[in-house]
Design a protein around this ligand. Structure first.
Ligand SMILES: Nc1ncnc2c1ncn2[C@@H]1O[C@H](COP(=O)(O)OP(=O)(O)OP(=O)(O)O)[C@@H](O)[C@H]1O
Ligand SMILES: Nc1nc2c(ncn2[C@@H]2O[C@H](COP(=O)(O)O)[C@@H](O)[C@H]2O)c(=O)[nH]1
Length: 189
């Protein structure tokens, strides 16, 4: 699909990008989620090939060596995440636009590669304290993982200006509606 686009959602952990992305995917059939590869362990409700491609470190390293990633990052100590070039091509070949849920550095890398084909959206939490509350409420992380994630938040927030646009995720409904409008303007109604 030569006119296929990429919509990037990035934010510190807990800001709500996955929640917004799920909402958008449920409403707009033109969009397809790009399943990332990761070396982190699956959460109890996560499905391989749907939420992530869960890989061993050596399989992930082989994919790096074979230049299979459009971008990858060690998002947290020892945990790698990456966007597969083949995943983007697969979605475009279906005639769909790609939606990415990636960390802030990954989002910036993808925007640099795909330029005007990509819309980079930064999901802004109302506060850093709110991230902590949301991650505790999500009930998926250990205390150590929550610490690692929130400690990185201030640093990640400092990259907001490198994105095309920010959406404040205070009220979820409003954030979803704003995201929908941005996407419709970007890819057309
Ligand atoms: N506007 C909101 N108000 C209150 N809670 C919210 C809001 N948006 C999302 N949440 C909740 O906050 C938690 C974190 O959201 P989510 O998992 O979407 O964040 P994330 O940015 O994808 O995090 P991660 O990077 O860790 O995957 C979830 O439990 C979600 O239901
Ligand atoms: N740079 C990339 N970051 C990614 C990718 N897939 C997901 N992520 C980001 O990792 C963190 C943690 O995710 P979690 O599922 O463990 O909560 C979050 O910010 C994701 O957006 C990727 O392919 N590249």
């Amino acid at each position: 699909m030569s006119s296929g686009k990429i919509i990037i959602f990035s934010a510190p952990s807990g800001a709500g990008k996955t929640t917004i992305v799920r909402h958008l995917l449920g409403k707009d059939e033109r969009l397809t989620f790009s399943v990332s590869a990761t070396t982190r362990q699956p959460r109890p409700n996560e499905v391989d090939g749907k939420d992530y491609y869960f890989l061993s470190v050596s399989d992930f390293e082989n994919k790096i060596k074979n230049e299979e990633f459009a971008e990858y990052e060690q998002v947290y100590e020892g945990l790698f995440y990456g966007t597969l070039k083949a995943e983007i091509e697969r979605i475009w070949s279906l005639g769909k636009h790609v939606v990415l849920d990636v960390d802030v550095k990954g989002g910036i890398s993808i925007k640099k590669i795909y330029k005007e084909k990509a819309l980079a959206i930064f999901v802004m939490p109302p506060s850093v304290d709110c991230l902590l509350e949301r991650l505790i409420g999500r009930n998926t992380e250990t205390e150590e993982s929550i610490k690692m994630r929130t400690e990185k938040a201030e640093y990640e927030l400092s990259f907001e200006n490198e994105f095309d646009v920010s959406v404040i995720n205070d009220k979820l409904e409003k954030a979803c509606a704003e995201s929908e409008n941005l996407i419709n303007t970007f890819i057309g109604q």
